[in-house]
Ligand binder design. Structure first.
Ligand code: ZN
Ligand code: ZN
Length: 114
């Protein structure tokens, strides 16, 4: 079976193949990296992935798009755009936005409850 969403691949952010992982276009993100990413979103301070690489907050509209939704800005209801907070792991060229981290957290919560 070929998983077009990269579900069987190692985590984009730490390179490990540990479950549970949430699939993404460029590859999945694992539970530990979702947790670390959500902490970065919360206070903006850098964190380390389980592999020891740096996770850092990115807000520049020019920085890379989210690997999971392909966006770098959020359109508000008046049609204004504001930068979408992203967390990147520069060592692995992996990026995920705050919205996708929230979504991944929800998916994992459900998966872990089963
Ligand atoms: Zn990971
Ligand atoms: Zn996203």
């Amino acid at each position: 079976m070929t998983a077009s969403n990269g579900a069987g691949r190692p985590c984009r952010f730490c390179g490990r193949s540990r479950d549970p992982r949430v699939p993404g276009r460029a590859g999945p993100i694992c539970l530990d990296c979702v947790r670390a990413g959500l902490r970065v979103v919360r206070d903006g301070a850098d964190r380390e992935t389980p592999a020891g690489d740096v996770l850092a907050a990115v807000t520049s509209p020019l920085a890379a798009v989210c690997d999971f939704c392909g966006l770098r800005e959020r359109r508000t209801f008046l049609g204004l755009r504001r930068p979408l907070l992203r967390v990147d792991c520069a060592a692995r060229d992996a990026v995920i936005c705050a919205d996708c981290l929230d979504h991944a957290g929800d998916v994992l919560n459900v998966a872990l409850r089963r």
